[in-house]
Design a protein around this ligand. Structure first.
Ligand code: B12
Ligand code: SF4
Ligand code: SF4
Length: 381
């Protein structure tokens, strides 16, 4: 995006950008270099070498570009960092107690933030391009750009021990957005770490996904397992997911800095009632058109019906509700092997031994998929 226009004094321009950002419901943008310090590249390399990115091969593809925006776009001179709050009106974690209901992460209870934030970033970037005649590019989670270290450098917040950006005013409930520009703008000071001796996020993680403070092993993170992981969820981790069927909020929700966060004003992030504590039995009966209807405009649509049902069946297996055995049995003949395999596991957890044995006698011999066959073989009862 470019536009020719006379340059204006940077101070006035930044004031206008901040004012427009506030009107768009965004945090006032802050400016930093379009580069990152070398330790960011080293830390990304350590993460990738240990395989902690799991099946997210795209994270490993161009690490030298990801860890240095100036390699992505050599002409870029400044980075503007902004964000938008999606803070819920109350602590969502008590919802985890309803075991026959699913828990959908707060960020995914309404519109896809990529679409919403990108549209507003473009508007802000248009103002910048129009006023300076310089080129601009906007990023929300879709390009190889490390948004959190850039945001810390710009002073929007700091990367907490849970690895996400924490803001002194908005706590942990923030989405981030980046504008790179060829314009040379005055820098804002960075933010320092305010975690102190706190370790609440590390201690609450249900799967022990933090090998050390500030380091996440994505392979153990429920957000990764329920959203990014393509195949069956590793057996040992399934019981630890509880009823989390899309993403996880535990480490964000316990952060003490959330007490300064007002509930998000953005109507596009207000929870749709049907996505708060949805009955697992209803979700397990979704066919493809039903799934698409329910999740139109939502980030959940991206993972597709089969992966979503895999998650729902794992949650049913964790529910301790033998009454859900019937709905699980319906999925033993699902066209998707991913769904059938998760159904076998759930039935093994819930059903009386005699009920499980008769289901196995009926369905296991005809099963042709090797993964599902191994689920039947591994289920004890
Ligand atoms: C890949 C990814 C994931 C992966 C991996 C997460 C991760 N922590 O790496 C998975 C699928 C697990 C994930 C989950 C979530 N994600 Co995500 N994700 C991304 C993505 C695309 C890239 C992140 C990345 O570069 N990871 C690679 C690692 C190596 O980088 P890093 O996390 O910055 O790691 C740093 C630290 O480990 C640190 N470090 C390492 N060692 C040490 C040692 C010391 C002493 C110190 C001080 C630091 C330190 O340095 C590293 C480099 O900066 C970004 C968008 C983007 N393009 O940036 C969104 C992004 C980070 N996700 C986001 C969100 C909202 C989430 C979830 C909350 C969603 C949910 N509710 O389920 C969870 C949170 C889980 C968690 N605790 O991190 C937001 C976070 C906003 C914020 N406030 O920070 C982002 C920025 C998207 C956005 N545009 O808003 N995500
Ligand atoms: S999102 Fe959940 S599983 Fe992932 S690190 Fe945080 S608490 Fe652990
Ligand atoms: S919970 Fe505590 S340790 Fe974790 S990010 Fe928040 S302040 Fe830092």
């Amino acid at each position: 995006m470019t536009a020719a226009a006379p340059a204006r004094p940077a101070g006035r321009l930044l004031a206008r950008l901040r004012e427009r950002a506030l009107r768009l419901g965004l945090l006032p943008p802050r400016v930093t270099d379009a580069t990152l310090p070398p330790e960011v590249a080293r830390r990304l390399a350590t993460f990738l070498e240990a395989g902690m990115h799991g099946a997210m091969g795209w994270l490993a593809r161009t690490p030298e570009i990801r860890s240095d925006p100036s390699r992505l776009w050599p002409e870029a001179r400044s980075a503007l960092l902004t964000g938008i709050s999606y803070a819920p009106p109350a602590d969502p974690l008590p919802e985890l107690a309803a075991r026959d209901r699913g828990y959908i992460s707060v960020y995914a209870r309404n519109r896809d933030y990529h679409d919403l934030l990108k549209g507003r970033l473009k508007e802000l970037a248009g103002l910048l391009a129009g006023a300076t005649g310089e080129a601009v590019k906007v990023f929300v989670d879709t390009a190889p750009v490390m948004e959190k270290p850039l945001a810390q450098r710009a002073g929007l917040g700091w990367q907490g021990k849970h690895t996400n950006l924490v803001s002194r005013t908005h706590g942990s409930w923030l989405f981030l957005g980046v504008i790179l520009t060829t314009a040379e703008l005055p820098r804002d000071p960075g933010e320092r770490d305010h975690c102190g001796s706190c370790r609440r996020c590390l201690d609450i993680c249900p799967t022990g996904a933090f090998p050390a403070p500030y380091r996440l092993d994505a392979r153990r993170c429920i957000s990764y397992l329920t959203i990014e992981h393509p195949g069956p969820i590793p057996r040992a981790l399934r019981p630890l997911l509880g009823n989390r069927i899309y993403g996880c909020d535990d480490c964000l929700a316990v952060c003490p800095w959330n007490k300064f966060a007002a509930a998000a004003r953005e109507i596009g992030f207000a929870a749709r009632p049907e996505l708060v504590r949805p009955p697992l039995a209803d979700l397990a009966r979704l066919d493809d058109p039903g799934f698409r209807r329910l999740f139109a405009g939502s980030p959940i649509k991206r993972i597709g019906r089969d992966r979503f049902l895999r998650n729902v069946l794992v949650a049913i297996g964790n529910s301790g509700e033998p009454g859900l055995s019937g709905v699980v049995e319906e999925r033993l003949v699902d066209p998707s092997p991913l769904v059938r395999g998760a159904a076998v596991w759930a039935l093994g957890r819930l059903a009386e031994p005699s009920r499980f044995a008769s289901a196995r006698a009926r369905f296991a011999p005809a099963e042709t998929d090797p993964e599902v066959r191994s689920e039947w073989a591994a289920a004890h009862k």
